[in-house]
Design a protein around this ligand. Structure first.
Ligand code: SAJ
Length: 416
């Protein structure tokens, strides 16, 4: 059986490789020449544990091939980005999904299965995707099968989660759901949950919204504790001892292409009703400013001039800087023009990122940990003696070790 996957990004690439590993003949398609070139050279363009190894494997076996244009296949999977439209409404921008679908039209044959894995706003499949295919004369559920099978994998654990997570399959008709189930059950070990397309769409965006709302609660609690001089980490730890309480972790904001985006898909569809969801987005979006103001306060106290940022990615142990609050704080500090700002991130290679940790801290007045990379749990490789002021502000609450000369500040002890 042949599968053609359009979009070889964080989701499409690992998914395509898993299909190839499971015995399918796979064609991976991407419109970005840089992605194609890197893959042709034998390298995966993203940092994801284990991905390079399985890529080497399927490439050597010849079951995975790359192409700039789609090919006829039994099943087509669309895994392209769905950003939100800039501006007031922030609605789901389906232009990449629709462009990918249109690029498939010349290759689609009767009886094929079309899957959209990209995260989309509720009702997109029925209202916007299905009509494109119906206009071509297909009868969905009879001459062509169409389903939404949203990915739910966690960056950093994508390969194991693709196989072991429960998988949502939402067909336009029950026959579409059945066809999609047959495809995914070839490698999914988790439960396959059959539903319709609009329920799958809403469940997917609600999962990320649930997390965003809960993080907003933790971030709001942080600000309240700050005002009342209470250690927020103690409060969370103690409250979470209750069997039905799970307060999330505060931080410098919520980033990535999922939690910081998907809630808007619900808000834009139901703006009058989705009040809590909208407010949570707002609260999380204030965190970079909140953290920046604390940094400025800490710098004023010591009349310092150099700030070193530790971590630019949107979360730990990955190389993804999309919607990263750390990057936004870095840019805010740069824009002020008051301080020398340095950035260190062992997972990001960009011209402005210092690769030598000690060059990044020499004569610095403050290290600000903005990302929970494992490398930052024990800051044993840092020559604190070379700093002007040995102060660390840990916005993720992860630093477990610094030497005894260092003043370690976090959301829990800001005013102690
Ligand atoms: N974060 C906090 N506090 C927390 C947890 C996370 O501030 O307690 C921040 C992180 O630092 C990061 C952001 O939230 O900036 C998002 O990180 P994440 O680890 O919660 O999630 P993602 O965006 O990497 O992946 C999510 C996952 N969704 C859920 O856990 C419900 C993943 O399963 C989805 O597949 C993915 O979104 C997606 O593609 O939609």
């Amino acid at each position: 059986m042949k599968v053609c996957i359009v979009g070889l990004g964080y989701i499409g690439l690992p998914t395509s490789i898993i299909f190839a590993q499971s015995g399918f003949e796979v064609i991976g398609v991407d419109i970005n020449p840089a992605v194609i070139q890197t893959l042709k050279e034998g390298r995966v363009p993203i940092e994801e544990p284990g991905l390079q190894t399985v890529y080497d494997e399927v490439r050597n076996k010849g079951t995975w091939k790359i192409s700039e244009t789609p090919e006829a296949a039994d099943a087509f999977i669309i895994a392209v980005p769905t950003p939100f439209k800039k501006g007031e409404t922030k609605e789901c921008d389906l232009s990449y999904v629709k462009a990918a679908l249109r690029s498939l039209l010349p290759y689609i044959q009767e009886g094929n299965l079309i899957i959209v894995e990209s995260t989309i706003a509720p009702r997109s499949m029925g209202d916007e995707i299905k009509p494109v295919l119906e206009n071509e004369g297909y009868v969905i559920g009879s001459t062509l099968f169409l389903a939404h099978c949203p990915e739910r994998v966690l960056p950093g654990k994508i390969l194991s989660e693709l196989i072991n997570n429960n998988r949502l399959i939402g067909g336009i008709t029950p026959s579409c759901t059945e066809r999609a189930c047959q495809l995914y059950q070839t490698f999914v070990k988790g439960e396959i949950i059959k539903t319709d397309a609009k329920t799958a769409e809403m469940a997917k965006v609600m999962e990320n919204t649930f997390r965003d709302v809960n993080i907003a609660l933790a971030n709001e609690l942080t600000k309240i504790c700050h005002e009342l001089n209470i250690n927020v980490y103690d409060v969370i730890r103690i409250a979470n001892k209750h069997p039905r309480v799970n307060i999330h972790q505060p931080g410098p904001g919520v980033g990535g292409h999922c939690l910081a985006v998907d809630p808007y898909f619900i808000v834009s569809k139901s703006p009058q009703t989705a009040k809590l969801i909208s407010l949570s987005r707002e609260i999380n979006s204030t965190m970079p400013d909140y953290v920046t103001n604390i940094i400025l306060h800490l710098m004023k106290e010591i009349k310092g001039s150099v700030i070193t940022i530790f971590g630019l990615t949107y979360k730990g142990n990955i190389d993804d800087i999309r919607e990263s609050p750390a990057l936004s704080i870095y840019k805010k500090l740069m824009a002020l023009g008051t301080y020398e700002i340095r950035a260190y991130d062992p997972h990001v290679s960009m011209p402005f990122v210092e690769s030598d940790i000690n060059k990044a801290v020499v004569n610095s007045d403050l290290i600000v940990v903005l990302t929970d990379h494992s490398e930052f749990i024990r800051l044993s490789g840092v020559k604190f003696s070379e700093m002007n002021h040995s102060r660390v502000f840990d916005t993720k609450g992860i630093v477990e070790w610094v030497d005894e000369t260092v003043e370690l500040i976090n959301f829990g002890n800001l005013f102690e």
